[in-house]
Ligand binder design. Structure first.
Ligand code: DGL
Length: 266
C-alpha cells in the first residue's frame, strides 16, 4: 500500500458501538487521525445473515481504502466473525485489525470456573466463536447469551431506561444462576452499559471487554509497519449511513466530541 504515517486509520461498526473502541484508540494513540463509520442505516448486524454483513463491510472498507487509510479496525465482533477473513483476502498487505470476545483473558481470570458471554446471535453462532471456545475455554464452563434488542436501544442513545434495565436483567439472570463470576462483553455496544451493569451485578462479578486490547494491537501493527503517527493531536471525522443529526446527538449523549459528521452515502 505504501501509505505514509500521516495517513488516517479507518474504524467502523454496525453503528455507534465501535465508539467504545474508538475511545480506546484515541486514548492510546492521540497522534492518529481517525475516520469512523457507523453503519447505523443497516444496524443491527447481530441478527442479519453473514452474506449481508460481508457486503456492508466490503462497501465500508472500500470507502476507507479510497481515502488512503493506512489501517482498518473492524470495531465490531459480529462483522469480524462474518467478514474479517474476506476483507484480509481482498486487501492483502493492508493492516486489518478485527476483534472477538475476550474468552482467553476471561478463562484465565475466572475463580468460579464459569464465565458468561454476552454477544450478538451472529457472533455466538459463528465458526470463529466456536474455534475460540475450542482454543481457550477447554477448562472452563462457558454460558453464552445472545441479547437481541440491546443494540437497538443503545443505538437510540438509551443507556438506562426502565425497558433497557428489564431486558438486561433478563439476559443476566441465567448467567448469574449458573455461577458466572466473569462476564465477557462480546459486542462493542455493551461497554456503554457498564454503569448499569455495575448497578445490576453483584460486586464480585468482573466485566471483560476488548477495546483496549484492539487499540494495543493497532499500535503494534502500526509500529511494525513504521506507520505510527507521533505528530500532534489527530482529529476524528465521522460518517454514518443513518441520520447525521441522530448520530451527532448520540455522540454527545456518550460524551464524545463530534468534530465532523457526514453521510456515508452507501
Ligand atoms: N457492535 C457489534 C458487535 O460488536 C454488533 C452490534 C449489532 O448487532 O449490530 O458485535
Amino acid at each position: 500500500m505504501g501509505e505514509p504515517a500521516s495517513a488516517p486509520v479507518g474504524v467502523f461498526d454496525s453503528g455507534v458501538g465501535g465508539l467504545s473502541v474508538l475511545g480506546e484508540i484515541q486514548k492510546l494513540l492521540p497522534g492518529e487521525t481517525l475516520l469512523y463509520a457507523g453503519d447505523c442505516g443497516h444496524t443491527p448486524y447481530g441478527e442479519k445473515p453473514a452474506a449481508y454483513i460481508r457486503e456492508r463491510c466490503v462497501a465500508i472498507a472500500e470507502f476507507f481504502h479510497r481515502r488512503g487509510a493506512k489501517a482498518l479496525v473492524i470495531a465490531c465482533n459480529t462483522a469480524t466473525a462474518a467478514a474479517a477473513a474476506d476483507l484480509r483476502a481482498h486487501y492483502p498487505g493492508w493492516p486489518i485489525i478485527g476483534m472477538e470476545p475476550a474468552v482467553k483473558p476471561a478463562a484465565l481470570a475466572t475463580r468460579s470456573g464459569t464465565v458468561g458471554v454476552l454477544a450478538t446471535t451472529g457472533t455466538l453462532q459463528s465458526a470463529r466463536f466456536a474455534a475460540l471456545l475450542d482454543r481457550f475455554a477447554a477448562d472452563v464452563t462457558v454460558v453464552t447469551q445472545p441479547c437481541p434488542g440491546l443494540v437497538e436501544l443503545i443505538e437510540m442513545g438509551d443507556l438506562h431506561s426502565p425497558h433497557l434495565r428489564a431486558l438486561l436483567s433478563h439476559y443476566l439472570q441465567p448467567m448469574l444462576d449458573a455461577g458466572c463470576d466473569t462476564l465477557i462483553l462480546g459486542c462493542t455496544h455493551y461497554p456503554f452499559l457498564k454503569p448499569l451493569l455495575h448497578e445490576l451485578l453483584p460486586t464480585d462479578v468482573a466485566l471483560v471487554d476488548t477495546g483496549a486490547a484492539v487499540a494495543r494491537q493497532l499500535q503494534r501493527l502500526l509500529t511494525q509497519g513504521g506507520l505510527l503517527n507521533l505528530g500532534q493531536a489527530g482529529a476524528t471525522q465521522y460518517w454514518t449511513s443513518g441520520s447525521v443529526e441522530h448520530f451527532r446527538n448520540v455522540l454527545h449523549a456518550f460524551g464524545m466530541h463530534s468534530d465532523v459528521v457526514e453521510s456515508l452515502g452507501t
